[in-house]
Ligand binder design. Sequence first.
Ligand code: ATP
Length: 252
Amino acid sequence: MIELRNLTKRYGDFAALKNVHLTVPRGELYGLLGPNGAGKTTALRVIAGILQPSEGTVIVGGYDVQKEPERAKSRLGYIPDRPFMYEKLTGGEFLQFVAGLYGQNGADVDRRIDELLSVWELTAWRDELLESYSHGMRQKLIISSALIHRPEVIVVDEPLVGLDPKAARLLKDIFRGFVQRGGTILMCTHTLEVAEALCDRIAIIQDGEIRAEGTMDDLRREAQSGEARLEEIFLKLTGGHAVRELLEVLET
Ligand code: ATP
């Protein structure tokens, strides 16, 4: 479970998140959508304990991230959009290193690493340095590193970028299987078709505030948009007319 209560995050005088309330229960895949600069990555980084909230509380797996950071973090897998990786480690060493950060080692972890490398077809790359990995291979390894300690909660920023169609399908299946078994996922994405197909509920955030939240049907009602697809609803709720104006300018 993830819970944000009255969450505000300021960078200096600028509030990137303003009094955000949001709950993602167990068994739910929740999409956080919004225009560039809306505050999505900031929200994920606060949940992951990388940034401190200016005000409010973040609960992960039942633990307050501020008050019990180790307990909260041990339950969380974070997949950032721009991960830092040690280029001089091999894929196998990188996964061992991350497992070590969670205090895990031994035969169990070795088996888990074998499994994850095999699922992502990276077994042949286990002993190659990360500097030789392609963008998609790095993404597969980062996803593996977030799953290594069997988290209950996953927060993930643009997970499909760089993945080929087969890997993208695999990731979607992994995510759906994860929530079916009682896990919790909060996913940021700009790929609205993926959000529409995959997420149980969606929030649209803009200028650090939640503009709308709910199932696709809830969002359609909120936007008074009949049978519209998520793209139409998103543009309507976030001022998509600006896009049309831009197109008109380009055409003249
Ligand atoms: P995108 O879709 O472009 O990735 P986002 O919704 O993830 O955007 P954030 O990265 O959370 O947006 O940024 C939210 C706001 O906070 C933006 O206005 C951004 O300029 C600002 N911001 C983010 N990080 C910092 C920082 N370290 N210092 C100052 N301002 C920041």
